[in-house]
Design a protein around this ligand. Structure first.
Ligand code: ATP
Ligand code: MG
Length: 331
């Protein structure tokens, strides 16, 4: 990865997208896992968008929606301006190549009976990227080196013969082989130890800076979000409650929930992880019909108006959106 970053223009966006899961007899029990989610990644210039929120807030649901694994119940998800559910074969093929995923536990992605080579050669074959094995191998070796792995010590091994951090980096290398425009990474470092975590996060940053790849970085740890992201999307109980430039959102939170998170930082030391699960119990289990702001029951600023309906995600400053009728002062 040397020289000028290639231009990658694919833009992926969720527009007012909602997901309702139905269960029970006749689907009578409904659960809104995501409501009116809006997020845009890629396009003119590479960025890293962090999606933060406590357990059950809807992060994985949003990721699966953006990958087309889950159809929205309301709203839409579009790539290059085309609704994922209305893409033709060529569009879907381009989407599947240009938008890649890296998950929390790569062990689940590997077939334990195959050497890791299999997971690397297969996408090259299915997308007909390399004509022969030697070309494929050269691409694989380059991708492994990009993520800080030595090909000689990685290829030929079975998944269980690699460490968790190595497996995770093989998965990132696998995503890179397809020359993606966008990578969605759902908790990519939560299973690895602190030293490897920073190595992998540095790799993600380099992918943006040197390869021009945009990333959605999903995490419950605001410290790492702050370290790598340009902008942040804060989820609470399935709702995007605040979005904006990461520095601005964390330095001057405007939604009372984001503010509570910032106040809950145990230490100004950036090496101490800032774990959202350390805050109060979640209200994320709210079932349908959901009326009002989901944070109202915990909010020190809540008023009667807050229970009337989900407040709009209003732009209160350029690039800054807050879903709150009574946002915190800008100071
Ligand atoms: N297939 C499903 N059927 C029913 N409910 C689901 C399903 N998938 C997720 N949910 C519910 O939707 C909500 C959001 O789940 P999601 O997995 O998106 O949260 P998350 O933010 O990724 O949490 P975590 O940090 O624990 O990974 C949760 O309440 C979850 O129980
Ligand atoms: Mg999740």
């Amino acid at each position: 990865m040397t020289g000028a970053a290639p231009r990658r223009t694919g833009r992926l966006e969720a527009i007012d997208a909602g997901v309702v899961f139905r269960s029970g007899f006749g689907g009578r029990t409904a659960k809104a896992a995501l409501k009116d989610a809006t997020l845009s990644i890629g396009g003119d210039r590479p960025t890293i968008v962090a999606v933060v929120g406590e357990s059950g807030s809807g992060k994985t649901t949003l990721t699966r929606l953006l990958l087309g694994f889950q159809a929205p119940t309301t709203g839409k998800v579009a790539y290059r301006g085309v609704d994922l559910t209305r893409m033709d074969g060529a569009g879907r093929r381009a989407f599947r190549r240009e938008v890649q995923a890296v998950f929390q536990d790569p062990f689940e992605v590997f077939n334990p009976f195959y050497r890791v080579d299999h997971a690397l050669f297969t996408p090259l074959k299915s997308f007909r990227i390399a004509d022969d094995r030697a070309t494929a191998l050269a691409l694989i070796e380059r991708a492994l080196e990009t993520v800080g792995l030595r090909p000689g010590e990685t290829l030929g091994r079975y998944p269980h013969q690699l460490s968790g951090g190595q497996r995770q980096r093989v998965m990132i290398a696998r995503a890179l082989l397809l020359d993606p425009h966008i990578i969605l990474a759902d908790e990519p470092v939560s299973m690895v130890d602190a030293s490897l975590r920073s190595t992998i996060l540095q790799t993600l940053l380099r992918l943006k800076d040197e390869a021009g790849i945009s990333l959605v970085y999903v995490t419950h740890d605001l410290t790492t979000a702050y370290q790598v992201a340009d902008s942040v999307v804060v989820l609470y109980a399935g709702s995007v409650v605040e979005t904006g430039d990461v520095e601005a959102v964390i330095r001057r939170p405007r939604h009372p929930y984001t503010r509570a998170l910032v106040d809950a930082i145990p230490s100004p030391d950036p090496d101490v992880p800032w774990d959202l699960s350390a805050t109060e119990p979640t209200e994320a289990g709210t079932g349908l019909p959901a009326t009002g702001c989901p944070f109202a029951p915990r909010c020190p600023r809540a008023a009667v108006a807050c229970t009337a309906g989900l407040p709009p995600l209003a732009e209160i400053d350029p690039g800054r959106r807050v879903r709150c009728l009574f946002p915190m002062e800008a100071a």
